[in-house]
Ligand binder design. Structure first.
Ligand SMILES: [Zn+2]
Length: 269
């Protein structure tokens, strides 16, 4: 028996996470237990599920997040591997509900899997998104090789330098990652400072935020869409590297060509 039984919409959302986790592993972006995923699944929770007893005590989140009252999340488990989650999402992740004080969570799931240690920062982002009225329900942290490599150069850490380079490699990059890549300087993983800097980059109108010498953090309506934004950006970085490996610096599309895309397709930037 699983709490996903007879809840097809919830089951589909959890298995979309599993499918995405498999892609992260296949792409080489999820070594060991690297990366995190959290998805706000509140809309798929029915009355019967709301009445289920928790299988854990209530754990403090560490912060009070008023927008999350009554919210439910699927979270990758701490120390769990994406490649294992791809096969068995309920043994390598769990569903949690936020208690009414908005400062604790309890596990309501098939197995007692503690959520990712990044939970406070992920939940802070979800709290921010809800406060803003955003339709985004999924957040993803992963280590895309070529994008991380770019951040080892100060030049690409400057505002929108990497964005313009990546957009100019292939038109679809701007079409499918239309807000570009926000840049956050190196900060200690899991720190409150990194979480706050990430929220402020999202607030600066980016869906994908680059953490210098570490990885990306992406938000979107669902986890596959968040993955897709990272995937198109990383593909553009690979094209740039391929051209450099062929011995030349790629010309890139012109400013006019990129502006034309925005005008014709109504892109936000
Ligand atoms: Zn990481």
């Amino acid at each position: 028996m699983s709490i996903l039984d007879s809840r097809p919409a919830l089951k589909a959302a959890v298995w979309q996470v599993a499918e995405t986790a498999g892609y992260l592993w296949t792409k080489g972006w999820a070594e060991r237990n690297g990366g995190n995923i959290t998805v706000n699944v509140t809309e798929y929770v029915d009355d019967g599920m709301r009445e289920l007893p928790a299988i854990s005590e209530a754990f403090p989140i560490g912060v009070e997040l008023p927008q999350l009252k009554g919210c439910w999340f699927y979270c990758k488990g701490t120390q769990k591997r994406m490649r294992d989650l791809a096969r068995d999402p309920m043994a390598n992740g769990s569903i949690i509900r936020i208690t009414d004080d908005c400062a604790h969570y309890e596990i309501v799931a098939d197995n007692l899997v503690m959520p990712t240690s990044e939970l406070p920062s992920h939940l802070s982002v979800h709290n921010y998104l809800l406060a803003k009225g955003s339709p985004y329900r999924a957040s993803l942290h992963t280590h895309p090789i070529e994008l991380v490599a770019l951040t080892h150069s100060k030049k690409y850490m400057e505002k929108d330098v990497a964005t313009k380079l990546l957009w100019s490699m292939i038109p679809e990059t701007k079409a499918f990652c239309p807000r570009g890549l926000g840049m956050v300087p190196y900060m200690l993983p899991s720190s409150v400072e990194l979480a706050n800097a990430t929220i402020s980059a999202i607030d600066d109108d980016y869906d994908v935020v680059m953490w210098e010498k570490h990885g990306v953090f992406a938000v979107d309506t669902d986890i596959m869409s968040a993955f897709d934004q990272v995937d198109v950006l990383n593909k553009a970085a690979q094209i740039y590297i391929s051209a450099r490996n062929m011995g030349f610096v790629p010309d890139g599309m012109t400013e006019e060509q990129m502006q034309e895309l925005s005008d014709v397709f109504g892109l936000p930037k």
